[in-house]
Design a protein around this ligand. Structure first.
Ligand SMILES: *[C@@H]1O[C@H](CO)[C@@H](O)[C@H](O)[C@H]1NC(C)=O
Ligand SMILES: *[C@@H]1O[C@H](CO)[C@@H](O)[C@H](O)[C@H]1NC(C)=O
Length: 164
């Protein structure tokens, strides 16, 4: 698909996704930037714009993943059952790896145009969420947050994939 068709399509995909996830982008500047990024369709600027959009998407994943990590850590403080303790520990380790290592690396790799590494790191965040989810046979207080981070990281990997 030519770049100038990708951009508007992406914009509607992203807005649609954010709407279904009930994410409110409170920062109007961010929203303006996303829209501007997607609307500029000149062949010369489009890859740079797409890269900016990819960076924003990874930053959204960091934000949501960190919020989920903090939420789980809070619950963990009250866990005494040894099996649950280990399960929560696995989730915390998984999210910690995503927030502290994978996602910052995904952003650094974007800057150095190492798109394969960036996409791999973003997609691995979804695998880490699955590792956490698998610990529990029933719905947890953070099942919905897990799903959100999982879906956002795959969306981000999808945007990065458009870069090449
Ligand atoms: C994650 O959240 C904690 C607690 O609010 C904060 O101190 C930390 O800076 C956040 N980390 C990132 C990478 O946003
Ligand atoms: C942890 O337990 C304490 C004491 O029972 C309670 O006050 C607190 O709200 C609990 N925290 C969480 C996050 O459930």
């Amino acid at each position: 698909m030519p770049q100038n068709l990708k951009a508007p399509l992406l914009f509607s995909l992203i807005l649609g996704f954010l709407a279904t996830q009930a994410i409110s982008i409170s920062n109007k500047k961010t929203l303006d930037l996303i829209e501007q990024t997607c609307r500029q369709s000149g062949p010369r600027s489009s890859n740079a714009n797409l890269e900016g959009l990819a960076k924003i998407s990874v930053e959204i994943v960091i934000d949501k993943a960190n919020a989920t990590l903090n939420f789980i850590v809070d619950l963990f403080k009250n866990v005494s059952d040894p099996v649950l303790y280990r399960s929560y520990g696995t989730c915390i380790d998984s999210y910690d790896a995503s927030v502290e290592r994978l996602l910052p690396e995904a952003i650094a790799a974007l800057s150095s145009k190492d798109y394969a590494t960036s996409r791999y790191d973003a997609a691995t965040v979804a695998i880490n969420v699955n590792a956490c989810d698998k610990q529990f046979s029933e719905k947890t207080p953070f099942s919905d947050r897990n799903r959100l981070v999982h879906d956002l990281s795959l969306m981000s990997a999808g945007i990065i994939e458009l870069l090449g």
